[in-house]
Design a protein around this ligand. Structure first.
Ligand SMILES: *Cc1c(COP(=O)(O)O)cnc(C)c1O
Length: 378
């Protein structure tokens, strides 16, 4: 089966993990600190805080920024539910916004503008598929309304300008992301004092961690803020250091494969039988390769035919406002473009282990699976 995504792990990762076990200090310690420094440098930041997931990173960023009950946070509904859950954790109200278009499935600035109220405190961007939200336009939007600007950068690790849009950015190292630590995440924040606050909140709001107390020969600590256990461990940090060094090569390969797909699917697209969202600017982390089937096409039948032919597909995403828990909170909310995109979207395999022949095979299998759709046959 050609999978939608696969981690790339090899002898270097194996050796790095084995070395942690040799050394014996397995949780938050010098490797986590080294991973934070390397990650910050990679994104042109002064410092970073490693945590055990992107969900934790989003939550801590919001908490460190002081977002809480009574506040509203704008976010796209076309995202993984974690984006919205993290806002919900703080007691703030997520306000979900429609996407721009089927070709540009990122949160619409105009539609966000229409949902700003006196309670709006922040806007959460998500770089869907690795395609970047428009930095200058969102920066101006946040400034115009006096809002905090946060990036859910789970899809866009390694793209230089990502992480620098506004007040905070959260990254994911889950197994299907562009680089992985199995589970893991990272926070960047513009204000070093707030990043320190996030660092304390990562470990129960404590003023020192076990490794620091060992170094300082001290047994004392205090708790000075609310906190959680969102610590990263040394095994994951060791994996992260290796993966980070390989990230440019991974992302370059993803871009090559995405370009091949675009060329290969251009005839279907030209006939109007397939939509292929593409980045507005050149920069993309090409995290996933979404296509949009014709209106009324039986997506389940296409996915099943492709699976029968050995090609896995998936859907990004069921809109958050249509998931039962959030549907019950906001029964009246409709986001027509998001809903249409989510009905018609199919995600094709894209990961750095794929060959050019794999892209050709996935495209051929997609074409064959689309044969029964009116207007799709050549
Ligand atoms: C994967 C993902 C997350 C959550 O990441 P975890 O590290 O699994 O918590 C959040 N937002 C988006 C857009 C994602 O794709």
């Amino acid at each position: 089966m050609l999978l939608v995504s696969e981690p790339v792990l090899g002898p270097e990762e194996k050796a790095a993990v084995a070395q942690v076990i040799e050394d014996g200090w397995i949780t938050l310690g010098p490797r986590v600190a080294a991973f934070e420094r390397a990650f910050a440098e990679r994104h042109g930041a002064g410092d970073a805080v490693a945590v055990n997931s992107c969900t934790a990173a989003l939550h801590l960023a919001l908490e460190a920024l002081g977002i809480g009950p009574g506040d509203e946070v704008l976010a796209p509904s076309l995202t993984f539910v974690a984006t919205v859950n993290a806002i919900h954790y703080t007691g703030a109200e997520p306000v979900l916004v429609d996407i721009e278009s089927l070709d540009e499935p990122l949160m619409s600035l105009e539609k966000a503008e229409a949902r700003v109220t006196p309670r709006t405190r922040a806007v959460m961007l998500m770089h869907f598929a690795g395609h970047l939200a428009e930095r200058a336009a969102w920066r101006a939007f946040a400034d115009r309304h006096g809002l905090l600007l946060i990036e859910d950068a789970a899809h866009a690790v390694g793209v230089p300008e990502v992480g620098s849009y506004g007040d905070a950015a959260a990254f994911s190292f889950y197994g299907n992301k562009n680089m992985t630590t199995a589970e893991g995440g990272m926070i960047l924040m513009r204000d070093p004092a707030l990043l320190d606050r996030a660092r304390r909140m990562r470990a129960h709001g404590m003023t020192s961690n076990a490794h620091q107390r060992l170094q300082a020969r001290s047994v004392q600590y205090d708790v000075v803020s609310p906190g959680w256990n969102y610590r990263m461990d040394e095994i994951r940090a060791a994996l992260g250091l290796v993966q980070l060094a390989r990230l440019d090569a991974f992302n370059a390969r993803r871009s090559e494969l995405a370009a091949l797909y675009r060329g290969r699917l251009a005839p279907l697209q030209a006939r109007g039988a397939l939509g292929v969202p593409r980045p507005r600017s050149g920069a993309s982390a090409d995290h996933i390769f979404p296509v949009v089937l014709p209106a009324g096409a039986d997506r389940n039948a296409v996915a099943a035919a492709m699976a029968d032919a050995g090609v896995q597909t998936s859907v990004h995403y069921p809109p958050v406002h249509e998931l039962s828990y959030y549907r019950d909170r906001w029964p009246e909310l409709h986001l027509p473009v998001t809903e249409e995109f989510a009905r018609r979207e199919l995600t094709l395999p894209l990961h750095p282990k794929m060959t050019e022949a794999d892209v050709e095979r996935a495209a051929r299998v997609l074409e064959a699976a689309m044969q029964p759709i009116k207007g799709a046959a050549a």
